[in-house]
Design a protein around this ligand. Structure first.
Ligand SMILES: CC(C)(COP(=O)(O)OP(=O)(O)OC[C@H]1O[C@@H](n2cnc3c(N)ncnc32)[C@H](O)[C@@H]1OP(=O)(O)O)[C@@H](O)C(=O)NCCC(=O)NCCS
Length: 323
């Protein structure tokens, strides 16, 4: 056997999408699933920071994964972070160690390239990735209730739809918010644009009206002073990311009050992966939930585990940053 790791493009990518569609099709048509995947690889950030790789044996696909080139801040140090996603072995080849072999090669290559940490989100038992040196990180998924405003009706705040002209303000908000956590993603403008575009693409590729993405900002002094991105499915709303120049988050709270007040008869269930020390005064946590995916990390190369171990109040990660 002559195993090779190659970049999966063209026909090989389509073969991978054929294989993975039944599992990760997200309710899309097969052609739309292709479009959704190709478009993520084609955004300015995706083209330089995301690729699909495959472990091959003389033209046979043995295992595949997505590889993200990310940057994280760990205990004040900025490190390159390998993101691993969509790990998959075609059914006929399972149980021969191919996925583990692919991951080991990706981890070694990344360590050689100077990456200091690897991160993944597991949908399967974390034990599989523990064998490869990964450990779980806590995810702070909460259900939230939005307290009604003091006056009836929609609160009067200078709110408008967000656009990519707001990216610079958003990056500044993200940076100041992440200073209070030990582990966070470093988000630059191209990354934020990609994260929002990915949610919009998913909504656009799916059944009309099934998923909705909303992006609002509060404007003050001619620039965004707070923002929120929401992914809505039925009456469930996930805050995929948000930010506020006011550390109390009061503008984000006012934005959510205004959104809820649009249709007071339609109750909505709001959720978020809430960063530490961030709870707008208009919101109340009604439940701590178990996230449907497990976040796992491991150091690479000469990097060591953060000490003490990262706890739930140490990690700031938006739902929109899961891959
Ligand atoms: C998980 C998966 C990638 C493993 O691929 P593989 O090439 O067979 O992996 P390996 O041969 O390296 O390892 C096989 C091990 O995976 C374990 N495994 C397979 N599916 C699993 C699951 N859903 N949960 C936990 N472990 C699982 C097997 O029990 C086996 O364990 P063992 O070595 O202790 O006997 C493959 O089963 C797959 O593609 N599954 C569908 C996609 C998926 O769920 N991907 C993970 C996304 S986080």
């Amino acid at each position: 056997m002559a195993l090779d790791v190659v970049a999966a493009t063209g026909d090989l990518l389509e073969e991978i999408l054929d294989e993975t569609y039944p599992m990760w099709g997200e309710g899309l048509e097969r052609a739309a699933y292709s479009k959704y995947n190709q478009a993520q690889l084609a955004t300015p950030w995706g083209a330089t920071h995301l690729r699909r790789v495959a472990l091959m044996d003389e033209g046979r696909l043995l295992a595949t994964a997505k590889r993200y080139d990310l940057t994280a801040r760990v205990d004040g140090q900025v490190v390159r972070m390998l993101g691993l996603g969509a790990v998959f072995t075609p059914e006929a080849h399972r149980g021969h160690g191919y996925a583990a072999e692919l991951l080991r090669r990706m981890l070694l290559e990344a360590a050689d390239e100077g990456f200091g940490v690897a991160l993944l989100f597991s949908e399967i038992s974390p034990r599989y990735y523990e064998h490869l040196g990964f450990r779980r990180l806590p995810v702070n998924q909460v259900a939230l209730s939005v307290q009604p405003g003091r006056r009836p009706g929609t609160p009067a705040i200078p709110m408008r739809s967000g656009d990519f002209g707001d990216l610079r303000s958003i990056v500044e908000m993200n940076a100041s918010q992440s200073t209070s956590s030990r582990f966070s993603l470093v988000r630059d403008a191209e990354y934020v644009r990609h994260a929002i575009a990915k949610k919009r693409l998913l909504a656009a590729c799916g059944r009309p009206g099934h998923r909705r993405v909303e992006f609002f900002v509060v404007e003050e002094g001619g620039r965004a002073a707070a923002y929120v991105v929401l992914l809505e499915v039925g009456d469930y709303v996930m805050i995929t990311e948000c930010g506020d120049r006011d550390p109390s988050g009061s503008r984000v709270g006012a934005l959510l009050q205004a959104i809820v007040a649009r249709d007071p008869l339609e109750p909505i269930h709001v959720r978020a992966w809430l960063p530490p020390n961030f709870l707008p005064p208009q919101l109340e946590i009604t439940a701590h939930e178990i996230a449907p995916i497990t976040m796992m990390m491991r150091p690479l190369g000469r990097a060591v585990w953060p000490t003490p171990p990262l706890g739930v109040t140490d990690t700031a990660w938006w739902h929109g940053d899961a891959f």
